[in-house]
Design a protein around this ligand. Structure first.
Ligand SMILES: C[S@@+](CC[C@H](N)C(=O)[O-])C[C@H]1O[C@@H](n2cnc3c(N)ncnc32)[C@H](O)[C@@H]1O
Length: 333
């Protein structure tokens, strides 16, 4: 970000007016999103360099992960507070529901092998991708321990951003999370190319990704990696912002997200642009049905699809967020 030269520290009101990029109003953001949402995911620019979207901007694919990384480095220290403010605390309910629906640590999880019907009794190995500050990982272990009396299952929290992981490690020392710290590992890695020597083929029982996958340069590559690392019968579970189906709720939601969130980001975190990106990235993520189809095309069995091909996801708060799941087939090893 280019340095800003100011004679004295700006007041909060002046800060609101300082933006790195031209200000995008609610209506122009929505128009831009509508005109862009039909575009192919990987268009080429004039120099034939593959491009992708960064919010509503079209950028070279090669620079997306560093741009995303600088967003999360910038928001890491205020991320948890901002999550509460932006979602009015609702993200906690969504995450609780997401984890409850996965019932981590329950036994039996899988047959010992595709040829044996004996239940497995060993602990789960869970991988929380784009795990950030550990919100999902702590919940997975708390659920396994407190509801399923499972004190051995473990979670690898993987994220591309060291600042987010570092905030998570610090949280893990807080008294309420400390009992789970020995069962957590923190891994800095890109979800699109996990290190095969650390996350081996067919080694993971449960793969979770919450509010992360829309930031990836190629969600499809991440899906292929999820398929590689999951055991046959293992579960891919994604919690992500999605599309609101009710028009009135959608209008209220868009006004809140485009109107208020960047301003809250400016006031609380001193960073309007990062939060502008976050709301734009939500607009660019595929609709529920399309995302379900991509999971299925990656080889997963999608539970909940009816005989007419409808369903296969769970909407939360009218579609503000949605849960998608996929199961790696037992013969898919
Ligand atoms: C909105 S945060 C979500 C954090 C956490 N899962 C939660 O629900 O609170 C998104 C996270 O995705 C991470 N991320 C973005 N691109 C990634 C990539 N290619 N591979 C792994 N993590 C990535 C960011 O660093 C950030 O920590």
């Amino acid at each position: 970000m280019p340095p800003r030269i100011t004679a004295s520290a700006p007041s909060p009101f002046q800060k609101l007016l300082i933006t790195r990029q031209p200000y995008r109003c609610l209506s122009c953001s929505i128009r831009l999103s509508q005109s862009q949402s039909e575009s192919a995911p990987q268009p080429q620019n004039a120099s034939s360099q593959p491009t992708t979207h960064f919010g509503f901007e079209e950028i070279p694919s090669s620079s997306k992960s560093s741009r995303v990384s600088s967003v999360f480095s910038s928001v890491a220290s205020s991320y948890d507070t901002m999550n509460d403010l932006m979602s009015l605390g609702i993200h906690r309910l969504w995450k609780d529901h997401f984890v409850r629906s996965l019932n981590p640590g329950s036994k039996p999880l899988l047959p010992a092998s595709s040829t044996s019907q004996e239940p497995r009794t060993e602990p789960w190995t869970m991988l929380d991708i784009a795990g950030g500050t550990g919100d999902i990982a702590f919940r997975l272990l708390a659920h396994a321990s407190l509801l399923n009396n499972d004190h051995t299952s473990r979670v690898i929290v993987s994220d591309i951003n060291p600042a987010m992981l570092s905030a998570g490690r610090t949280r893990a020392q807080q008294p309420q999370y400390a009992p789970y710290a020995p069962r957590l590992e923190w891994l800095e890695a890109n979800a699109e190319s996990l290190p095969p020597s650390i996350i081996k083929d067919n080694s993971i029982d449960l793969y979770t990704v919450a509010f992360g996958i829309r930031n990836f340069t190629s969600p499809l590559k991440a899906l292929r990696e999820a398929y590689r690392v999951l055991k046959p019968g293992g579960v891919f579970a994604c919690l992500e912002f999605s599309k609101v189906e009710n028009r009135v709720l959608d209008a209220v939601y868009k006004r809140w997200s485009f109107g208020a969130i960047p301003i809250i980001g400016q006031l609380v975190a001193g960073d309007r642009d990062s939060y502008q990106y976050l709301v734009e990235s939500i607009e660019r993520f595929p609709r529920q049905r399309e995302w379900r189809d991509r999971i299925s095309e990656a080889g997963f069995l999608v539970p909940g699809v009816d005989e007419r091909g409808e369903g296969g996801w769970e909407n939360l708060t009218g579609g503000v967020a949605a849960i998608h799941k996929g199961i790696k087939p037992l013969n898919g090893g």
